[in-house]
Design a protein around this ligand. Structure first.
Ligand SMILES: O=P(O)(O)OC[C@H]1O[C@H](OP(=O)(O)OP(=O)(O)O)[C@H](O)[C@@H]1O
Ligand SMILES: O=C(O)c1cc(=O)[nH]c(=O)[nH]1
Length: 184
């Protein structure tokens, strides 16, 4: 395991993983939760996810930019963009909102006016459970005229998300899965 990969899972186990009863974004109930933001939003977390998620893009078809799904995916997209610039091969970031605001520019995709029309994006997620949030983001990006090359998620909870995303014709790369946190 790379140093970054082993260090990030150590931080996720310490700072993000908890056994507790929660209702998830899908409405499902769970007896554990991985609050990735508690790790990703540390200074070290940004560096580690930037490196690991940028490296993971190599497993997918080429993309012009990365798209973070509000809210947990947004710092991932920014970290990847920053790391890509430092490595000399910039990939810009955009954010995909859950809902458009009723004021301002009312955009669902933020920061995208720098992209060429029809640009190809990879979606970044912090957690994949059912895949529903990712698929909503796919719809919004396609409605805005972009192509989606695939998805990178930090943690796949192994609860059907991969099958749903692949059924929509998109490859998924998961940095970690449920089994990195629990054995049952
Ligand atoms: O695969 P799914 O079943 O869609 O679940 C995963 C989604 O749930 C979380 O979002 P949530 O809306 O809870 O939170 P956030 O705004 O804090 O990112 C997570 O960030 C994923 O987007
Ligand atoms: O499915 C979810 O909503 C979800 C699960 C989880 O472990 N962590 C998270 O942020 N969201």
């Amino acid at each position: 395991m790379s140093t970054a990969r082993s260090r990030l899972v150590e931080l996720l186990r310490e700072r993000s993983f908890a056994r507790k009863r929660v209702v998830l974004a899908s409405g499902k109930e769970s007896d554990f939760f991985i609050d990735c933001k508690q790790t990703v939003l540390t200074a070290e977390g940004h560096v580690l996810v930037g490196e690991l998620m940028l490296d993971a893009l190599a497993q997918l078809p080429p993309c012009d930019a990365v798209a973070g799904v509000e809210l947990g995916g947004c710092p991932l997209a920014s970290a990847v963009a920053l790391t890509s610039f430092l490595r000399g091969a910039p990939k810009d970031a955009v954010y995909v909102r859950k809902e458009a605001k009723d004021h301002g520019s009312k955009r669902l995709v933020e920061g995208d006016t720098k992209l060429p029309p029809g640009a190809t994006l990879v979606i970044l997620e912090d957690v994949t459970t059912t895949g529903g949030s990712t698929l909503k983001a796919v719809e919004k990006l396609r409605a805005a005229g972009y192509k989606v090359a695939g998805v990178v998620t930090l943690v796949d909870r192994l609860e059907g998300g991969r099958a749903a995303i692949e059924a929509a014709g998109l490859p998924l790369v998961a940095i970690y899965t449920r089994t990195d946190f629990i054995q049952d």
